[in-house]
Design a binder for this molecule. Sequence first.
Ligand code: NAI
Length: 710
Amino acid sequence: MSRRPDRQGAAQSSDPRSRSENPNMTVSIEQIGEVAVVTVDNPPVNALSQAVRQGLLDAVEALDADPFVKAVVLTCAGRTFIAGADVGEFGKPPTPPHLPDLVARIERAKKPWVAAIHGSALGGGFEVALGCRFRVATASASVGLPEVRLGLVPGAGGTVRLPRLAGVETAVDMVTAGAPIGARTACEAGLVDTVIEDDLVAGAVTFARTVLDRPLPDALRDRSVAASSAGFWDAAAGSVAARAKREEAPLRALACVRRAAEADFETAIAFERETFLALRGSAQAAALRHVFFAERAATRPPELAGVIPRTIGSAAVIGGGTMGAGIAAALRDAGLPVVLVERDDGAVERGLANLRAIFDGAAKRGRMSADAAAERMAGVIGTTDYAALADIDLVVEAVFEDLDVKREVFRRLAAACRAEAVLATNTSYLDPERIAEGISRPDRFLGLHFFSPAQVMKLLEIVPTKATSPDVIAAGFALARILNKIPVRAGICDGFIGNRILKVTRVQAERLLLSGATPAAVDAAMRAFGLPMGPFEAQDLGGLDIAAFQRKAARARGEKSFAPIADRLCAARRFGQKSGGGWYDYEPGDRTPRPSDVVAAIIAEEAKSWLRRDWHDDSIVDCILWPMVNEGARILADGTALRVSDIDLVKIHGYGFPRWRGGPMHYAQAYGLDKVVDALDALASEGLADPPCDLLIAAARHGGFADPSR
Ligand code: NAI
């Protein structure tokens, strides 16, 4: 803690020693008349490091002892209020002073503290603000308790003070979902006393002076919780459980709020602390922490440090089908003007209609206003004319998955666009090197692989060719940031990272059928593991024809492609829901999968030479998951992925792998790679999987995958 002179001139500190003997520069005190302004300055986000906690504790002590000070404003330098815990301290033994003690000390301060919030007051930051007697905020600020997203509950009284401030309904919403809320909503809910339009600190000081004239409200610890309506807790438990699915933290957070409503303050605080400590060491918290760090690392790849991305202020999409319309919607959602190019006028109209349907659907579901949907469409120009692309910064091609069609599109794009424009293909399986062959300035070309529906799915695989320049790769990462997506760099191979692992998933799923499992049993086991859908249901939804087309291409290249049952289904034109049957039968107008006798007969015929086994949920999951991990290790070994955590991000954000499992690679490491190797050896000995690859065996021996980014 340091003291600065009074803003109006001479230092007014009654304790000059604090300047010379306490050089904690992360927390400083300035006096403006009888109001002290305590400023936290711990860039980049004023995280609650040990130094900040100590500085704040010293500040409370010093200001309590200072007879000139009547009130205290707590504010932060830089772009935000205290945005949460110090992630550098995650997983390490906590060092004093502990946050709950600090918050309690601020709450017991002799002078009223006013939290002056700009940016975000999240987690521990918001708990500090709840320790203050008042909270004021800029209009753009937000507050929240996002701990459940890391598999935790708030640990410094958030679940106990929040219902005392704003009632149980608001507390349950905020604590169990973890979503931050804006200052105006927070003000309406009573979380913030006033919104300050102009200078935050000046406004907070004025606010502090006015409250000095009135009786102070009770500290939150001394307030009671308003009674909830009958049936409230049962209803809350039902809806939180439905949303959380298998995640533990949301229901535990609900239990904390309930305890806060039903027990005295100290009992509730002890219960919250106990819950926090129990969850901190849980497998789910470790998995969610891993994903949190993986996501942070993904947006700033070290290999691009210092590279300035090409600017992207406008975009075009070629092809307005499923993917093109979704990509255009994502670009519009990010505020970029979009030109949509199709092959003829009728296709332009269909493409625009696809796009309109996306926005209208969002408006119907209440995700955006009708005006916003109209505004999104007003920013789109549909055309067949490449001349409209002369000034565009980024073009994403999403035409048919056909090499010749794509090459022709890029030949025209190379001629029509600026030499600096970024030209991207959304191909799923074609080789981007071959798509780009012969275009002028191939340094501007790369793969940007979106996932369906592109306006929703978070993953963006970024696939450079040998010629792609670093500033174009960096533009891919910058685009992901603009679109609020998770970028993962992938090398060129059949299916990049995600679809290459998906192929293994499907091979394993068929091996299971050939050795005695049913489609329904396999799907149920994978759902029980936490996936939103099993592999067969997913194929029926997406259509079996896409993978069949890709297998045909692979076989034409002389590669082997194992899908004896899927091949038979496609030959029988069972392409999935769209053809009334695939791995399951469907009644017209009903998407409920029904076990199919036709499929059972095909499986029985194909399985004649296979040994039958008894399968149960766990062994089914092992038979699918460990080969996926093995493929992940191969993907690392051949450089298709640069970081093991990138593989986890691909599966989580592109394929619905449960976040709370941490992704397949994290899950395998937590389970024990030596056990995974043994399981693969056992499966391989029965012809049910490939044997473990060298990198996986080496990683098992060394206790984990080496990750160059950590
Ligand atoms: P789609 O068949 O729904 O749409 C393709 C569109 O491209 C059609 O509207 C067609 O009129 C248009 N088109 C064809 N040739 C054109 C040309 N020369 N100029 C302008 N427009 C032309 O196909 P979808 O599913 O949108 O796939 C597009 C691309 O995205 C493919 O490369 C596919 O592999 C890839 N992809 C597809 C995913 C999916 O889940 N459907 C996921 C990720 C990538």
